[in-house]
Design a protein around this ligand. Structure first.
Ligand code: GTP
Length: 597
């Protein structure tokens, strides 16, 4: 029967273990694309993604595999590889019956290997381990196989040993997919239930939903209903991924493909939602839907206030394709009109910033990212604070809570001391430690999210010479002693530089920020006092001395090209400055306040 020839699977791996490279080899081997059509890495299509070497949006491709006797349809669903996108990973997994677990033979199990594996097990997926990079001299496939058996409990006796890069063992992987991963078994006659596991906005077709049909049938003309949003549409097209969109007659239980229905906004067809028939609806949606919720907020302002509308347009366009991005107008005394934007995490934030700058050519100023604090006021009211400026007066606050994550860190045992020290500095609470191999350990900590989002990962990498890996998930909120740290320039508080900090670190932070700003803010014609304050109490002070000579003075009467060059340079410098009151502050100052210890 039809479904016996279908396999729906994804590839899970720690970052850089070779997921995309293996996907390419599978696409190549099954002749889905000719050599000429093969781009370097087909599944990572966004330019930014390629540069950063991370998979952001899940995508899918249908492979046709002939094993000599039968022809199989293998639907490969790509998963995002970063903690910011965990929810999208889980939706991609829910679209599959099995997962190929790629483990780098030189590195072994890493934090995201485990995190993804647990996610896959939660979805009852059949996991097929594959040991990659066996071409490297430092590969230790036998040790890694044992590690996977000991730590995850997967049988690795016949795990393919492969090199995705060189192309060794790819046939074995295809064989394992067909033999080990179960075929789908949904009822084709039942009321339609299809899971949306990704979507993107196309200016001509509207939103293109990537779906996995679990039960029933969907075709052009079907009246559909999205069970979470409640909205109804008529299907205009269904199709498959080859890997570009190819229209087909219909999609049935077990199939992976796409649907378009003149949907105007990705928000109306969220990842995780269930599509059913409007006229014969399923009684229950597929399990596990939740809208992606922003965890980190920051202010984004145009460097030049006349770009406000362009910034708004750009954010609206980005949002068409990114249901997790939120924004609303906000005003800052220092920065003028801008937007408070919500992101899934810091990586998501950086990606949006880069896209605004590169794709929309905008010059923006971003304020320090903030997590969502809960403030319980003395009158019982609870506020969710996303902008430090809006913190109510201390007298109205009963207590505050901050978000906490459960973090897992895997590192060679010689770095345990260094990792523990770092976690301690970041207010982490030690939970436990386990040995994965004789020389590698996994540590579990509870750490405030606000300590993680700034520079935790970089610090972790640098203190372990790059050998540690990190994964974390939100664990909830905890009561915490927090204060608002204000920065005053020339006597005036700069709202965009305010941040919420743990009370125990406030003095140290205040001093460090004042010193840092002194370095960053260029000397101007007058003296600029920099102060850090908690409430009305000044806790640190630095001064930027006044400039003695006019920079341009030395060019008067001088060589004209030199003068032009200097003026150009000044203009360049100007662009990245923000006038705050009488003081010119470079853009980097707003982020630099974070990077101090
Ligand atoms: P993310 O998309 O960031 O999650 O990474 P990924 O898991 O998709 O890894 P990717 O396929 O981009 O590979 C990471 C690096 O490892 C690249 O530089 C690849 O060329 C290299 N690589 C992948 N497979 C092999 C292999 O079999 N042998 C060797 N030597 N290098 C490999």
């Amino acid at each position: 029967d039809r479904q016996k020839k279908i396999r729906n699977f994804c590839i899970i791996a720690h970052i850089d273990h070779g997921k995309s490279t293996l996907a390419d080899r599978l696409i190549e081997k099954t002749g889905t694309l000719t050599q000429r059509e093969m781009e370097e890495q087909v599944l990572d299509t966004m330019e930014l993604e390629k540069e950063r070497g991370i998979t952001i949006k899940a995508q899918a491709v249908r492979l046709i595999h002939n094993d000599g006797e039968n022809e199989y349809i293998l639907n490969l669903i790509d998963t995002p590889g970063h903690v910011d996108f965990n929810y999208e990973v889980s939706r991609s997994l829910a679209a599959c019956e099995g997962a190929i677990l790629v483990v780098d033979a030189t590195q072994g199990i890493q934090a995201q290997t485990l995190a993804n594996c647990y996610l896959a097990l939660e979805h009852n997926l059949e996991i097929v381990p594959v040991i990659n990079k066996i071409d490297l001299p430092s590969a230790r496939p036998d040790e890694i196989k044992k590690e996977i058996e000991d730590v995850i409990g997967l049988d690795c006796s016949d795990a393919p040993l492969i090199s995705a890069k060189v192309g060794i063992g790819i046939d074995e992987v295809l064989k394992a997919i067909v033999e080990k991963i179960p075929c789908p078994t949904g009822d084709e006659e039942a009321p339609l239930r299809a899971l949306i596991f990704d979507s993107f906005y196309d200016p001509y077709k509207g939103v293109v939903c990537y779906i996995r049909v679990k039960e029933g049938t969907i075709k052009k003309g079907t009246k559909i209903k999205l069970m979470a949003s409640g909205k109804e549409y008529e299907v205009t097209e269904v199709g498959i991924f080859r890997p570009s969109l190819m229209e087909v007659e219909q999609l049935q239980a077990g199939d992976v493909g796409y649907v378009t229905a003149s949907i105007k906004n990705v928000r109306d067809a969220r990842v995780g939602d269930t599509i059913t028939e409007a006229l014969r609806p399923a009684s229950e949606p597929l399990p596990g839907y939740r809208p992606a919720i922003p965890m980190v907020y920051s202010g984004i302002y145009p460097a030049d206030s006349s770009d406000y509308n362009d910034l708004k347009d750009a954010l609206e366009k980005l949002q068409l394709n990114d249901a997790a991005l939120t924004f609303e107008p906000e005003t800052s005394v220092a920065l003028g009109f801008g937007f408070r934007c919500g992101f899934l995490g810091l990586l998501h934030m950086e990606i949006i910033q880069e896209r605004l700058e590169r794709e929309y050519n905008l010059n923006i100023v971003t304020t320090a990212p903030s997590v969502i604090y809960k403030i319980i006021k003395t009158n019982g009211e609870v506020i969710e604070l996303t902008n430090p400026t809006n913190m109510p007066p201390v007298t109205e606050i009963s207590y505050m809570e901050e978000p906490i994550v459960n973090a897992s860190i895997i590192c060679p045992s010689e770095y345990v001391g260094a990792v523990m020290e770092l976690c301690q500095e970041k207010r982490g609470i030690f939970k436990n430690m386990e040995y994965l191999e004789a020389t590698r350990v996994m540590l579990h900590y509870e750490i405030p999210l606000n300590e993680i989002i700034y520079d935790f990962f970089d610090a972790l990498k640098s203190r372990t010479k790059g050998y540690a890996s990190l994964d974390y998930e939100l664990a909830g909120y905890k009561k915490s002693e927090l204060v608002k740290l204000d920065i005053l320039l020339n006597g005036d508080p700069v709202d965009a530089l305010s941040q919420i900090v743990p009370k125990e670190k406030a003095y140290q932070k205040g001093r460090a920020i004042a010193e840092k700003l002194k370095e960053i803010i260029p000397r101007q014609l007058f003296e600029i006092p920099i102060q850090a304050a908690i409430g009305s109490k000044v806790i640190a002070r630095e001064t930027v001395k006044a400039l003695r000579k006019d920079v341009l003075a030395k060019c008067y009467g001088g060589d004209i090209t030199r003068k032009k060059k200097l003026l150009e340079k000044q203009k360049e410098g100007k662009k990245r400055m923000k006038q705050i009151g009488t003081v010119e502050v470079p853009q980097e100052a707003f982020m630099a306040v974070l990077k101090v210890e």
